[in-house]
Design a protein around this ligand. Structure first.
Ligand SMILES: NC(=O)c1ccc[n+]([C@@H]2O[C@H](COP(=O)([O-])OP(=O)(O)OC[C@H]3O[C@@H](n4cnc5c(N)ncnc54)[C@H](OP(=O)(O)O)[C@@H]3O)[C@@H](O)[C@H]2O)c1
Length: 355
């Protein structure tokens, strides 16, 4: 049987993505073959394609952090799981494919009747948001928080989970995202036309308890200025490493996984040693998953439960067929996307929402 997958042929712009057709992979002992129903498209995919994400693999590789799929075939030694069951996983690479083989321990059951595109949005974005809120910042009801990139994939997850945690929320976004941020319970701040630090101090006087910053670089330090004493910045990205012109070009880049890391470390150290009791702490979903896999599994199961109870509702910006992965990444790279872009298996599910 043949299948399709996407590969990144070199580091650089969207033209690095190619569609290839080849023999379906066979599961090794202990592995399960999964038919992918939905795969998330996220900023870390674009950063890895550009060569500047810490998880950038050598080329050629298949991108795709997270997936929801149906169990298709079991390798030797696999038990307690049946073909046809719906599962989720976060392999970090490889999800942009029709079929993928994964170790059984990587799979988390997905409750029945969930939309695959909504379920996959929970894997990377909502676990990131949940763990940052409850494990890194340890927020309490009534606290004030500031989210950067509030109308994006992780940002909208932070807003929905922050509302459940009864937080007072502020969110930077461009003017296109302002109404989505308000609808999700946040007070939008237009980062293109306003200084968010001044705006936070005007609105709250003393500052916020926590800032969630995916931009990185000097932005982390500016975020720190929005804190009240004793507050913390959770740094979780380095989108500043992406050069604006690179996102749409056919330029060739190089693998530079540690791009921006030394300056990041310097800001974290500064937060600890300078007066003001305002710390910067890093968060990385992949590091926490490697160190504490049981937390990842427990948090994902809890979030699927919230999804089933309709306490969270991921915003799906657009669904694309797998073969249009390039267009999907181009759209995300252009900016202004509200919520999550998802690659889905069935053309019929593009409109209906039943991936
Ligand atoms: N550490 C981790 O474990 C982890 C896990 C998942 C994701 N991430 C990181 O999280 C970040 C967001 O990922 P995503 O998939 O949610 O991306 P996304 O959907 O593209 O969202 C990013 C948002 O940031 C906004 N934005 C861009 N520049 C900004 C600025 N200077 N100030 C405020 N907002 C700005 C964009 O809005 P406009 O386009 O409208 O300007 C966009 O809505 C990435 O850096 C990614 O690497 C980290």
């Amino acid at each position: 049987m043949r299948h399709t997958r996407i590969i990144v042929t070199h580091y650089g712009g969207p033209d690095a993505l190619r569609v290839v057709e080849e023999e379906c992979p066979e599961p090794k002992p202990g592995e399960v073959r999964v038919r992918v129903l939905a795969a998330g498209v996220a900023m870390p995919d674009i950063m890895a394609r550009e060569g500047v994400h810490p998880e950038t693999p050598p080329v050629p590789y298949t991108p795709g952090w997270d997936l929801v799929g149906e169990i298709d075939r079991l390798g030797d030694g696999v038990s307690g799981i049946e073909p046809g069951q719906i599962v989720a996983a976060m392999p970090i690479h490889g999800a942009y494919a029709e079929f993928v083989c994964l170790p059984q321990r990587e799979l988390v059951p997905v409750p029945s009747r969930l939309d695959a595109a909504e379920a996959v949005s929970v894997v990377l974005n909502y676990i990131t948001a949940y763990q940052m809120l409850h494990r890194s910042a340890k927020v309490k009801p009534g606290q004030r928080v500031l989210y950067h990139g509030a109308s994006g994939g992780v940002g909208t997850a932070l807003l929905q989970l922050g509302r459940l945690a009864e937080l007072e929320m502020y969110g930077t976004c461009s003017s296109r995202g302002a109404s989505a941020v308000s609808e999700l319970g946040g007070i939008p701040i237009d980062y293109r036309n306003q200084d968010y630090v001044k705006e936070i101090h005007r609105l709250t006087s003393e500052g916020v308890d926590a800032v969630f910053d995916p931009i990185g670089g000097a932005h982390l330090w500016h975020s720190r200025e929005a804190l009240r004493p004793g507050g913390r910045v959770v740094g979780y990205g380095n989108t500043t490493s992406l050069r604006e012109e690179g996102l749409g070009s056919d330029r060739t880049g190089r693998r530079n996984r540690f791009h921006g890391i030394p300056i990041y470390a310097l800001y974290i150290a500064g937060g600890w040693f300078l007066p003001g009791r305002k710390r910067i702490v890093p968060y990385s979903i992949q590091t926490l998953k490697r160190l504490r896999p049981e937390l990842f599994r427990r948090d994902l199961i809890a979030l699927f439960d919230l999804l089933q109870q309709q306490k969270i509702k991921p915003l799906i910006a657009q669904r694309f067929p797998l073969a249009e992965a390039r267009q999907a990444q181009e759209l995300l790279g252009k900016g202004g996307v509200i919520g999550k872009i998802v690659l889905v298996r069935n053309a019929s599910s593009l409109e209906s929402g039943a991936a």
